[in-house]
Design a protein around this ligand. Structure first.
Ligand code: FAD
Length: 324
């Protein structure tokens, strides 16, 4: 039996080429050219890279779609997917913008899943542990069983050492005062924290010696601290990338992963500008209100009909965003 793939394509056809038979079936493959000139959304680069701290980076290394019609952006793949149901291709850019904004506003997610982006990332293991929780990505990580862990550790500067937040048990916001004259106790504590990191880093020398002495890499690594760097390739569709960004660019995310999320956003913004604009307008810049909050808003009340202190605090934070 012969299957002609030309029939499912809408582009200009070329002579079908015979393909090797599969399970006794002979296929012909039509190589259909683009209808108009295209360009590479990565500008023929092998990677778009942003350095993070001393040893880290996030690099966009591939994109789907990689080639798009000239004058458009990779956003066109969102539009193409959304319009497939009534067989229309991409229309004018302003109509595409309206459609993308509608889709994002109304949480029509699958058109955004049609785009995929692959990143090469180097980050400390404590950042990777948070990142890996985003299960919808595909990941290939550097193997410390197979290879020697490179001598790279994350160490903040003294001005970046954060205090435990009093209000948020998961957070640290305020910095220690690094000025020893103004706040000697605080400066001492911040310095001691950095010495503690140095001590942990010093384990690397022993790791190296023990691997050289024949201890397996898979065992030698187990005493290395989570400030050591790992690397991976991370591929994800745009819908789930937006979810990752909304969780990890948020002020509640740990600063050390937030900087990677911000950089990821910066890498994608020029490639899918219409999607990112809609994401800013309808996700990052929006405030989600609960039924209790709406009721408080309607009655112009500062307090919620609940004695849950956390909910009250969240309402205060939302009010500050709305009214400032
Ligand atoms: C500020 C912050 C603090 C956090 N604190 C903690 C913590 O203290 N402890 C902790 O363990 N985690 C913590 N997390 C991790 C968090 O609970 C999520 O695991 C993580 O953010 C990944 O989110 P996700 O599940 O939406 O992402 P993904 O895994 O990428 O999933 C995206 C969406 O796909 C769907 N999905 C994916 N896999 C499945 C599945 N197997 N079955 C059904 N649906 C699926 C779900 O709808 C999901 O929302 C924290 C996250 C943040 C941002």
């Amino acid at each position: 039996m012969s299957t002609n793939l030309q029939s499912v394509s809408s582009g200009a056809s070329v002579e079908p080429k015979p393909a090797p038979a599969v399970a006794g079936r002979a296929f012909t493959i039509a190589h259909v050219p683009f209808e108009s000139p295209t360009f590479d959304v990565m500008g023929n680069s092998s990677r778009h890279e942003i350095k993070i701290h001393e040893h880290g980076f996030i690099a966009l290394v591939d994109a789907m779609p990689r080639l798009v019609p000239q004058g458009q952006t990779a956003d066109s793949a969102v539009v193409q997917a959304a319009r497939v149901s009534y067989g229309q291709g991409t229309k004018k850019v302003n109509e595409d913008r309206g459609l993308i904004r509608y889709l994002l506003r109304h949480r029509h997610t699958t058109p955004f899943e049609m785009l995929e982006f692959k990143f090469h990332v180097a980050m400390p293991i404590f950042v990777a542990r948070q990142w890996i929780r985003h299960r919808t990505a595909n990941v290939n990580e550097y193997s410390a069983r197979y290879s020697i862990v490179p001598d790279r550790f994350y160490k903040p500067t003294i001005d970046e050492v954060r205090k435990q937040s009093a209000s948020n048990r998961q957070g640290g916001e305020e910095r220690f005062a690094a000025d020893a004259a103004a706040a000697p106790d605080e400066a001492r504590t911040a310095e001691e924290f950095l010495r503690y990191l140095d001590d942990a880093e010093a384990m690397y020398g022993r790791y190296q010696k023990l691997t050289e002495a024949g201890v397996s890499r898979e065992m030698a690594r187990i005493a290395l601290p989570v400030s050591v760097y790992t690397e991976w390739y991370w591929k994800c569709d745009l819908h789930n990338i937006l979810r990752f960004l909304s969780l990890r660019m948020d002020s509640h995310a740990q600063e050390e992963i937030r900087i990677y999320a911000d950089a990821m956003h910066a890498l994608l913004q020029p490639i899918v500008p219409l999607t990112m604009e809609a994401f800013e307008d309808y996700e990052m810049g929006s405030v989600r209100l609960t039924r209790l909050e709406l009721a408080a808003l309607r009655s112009r009340s500062d307090t919620l009909a609940t004695d849950n202190k956390r909910e009250q605090a969240e309402w205060a934070a939302k009010r500050a965003r709305i009214y400032l």
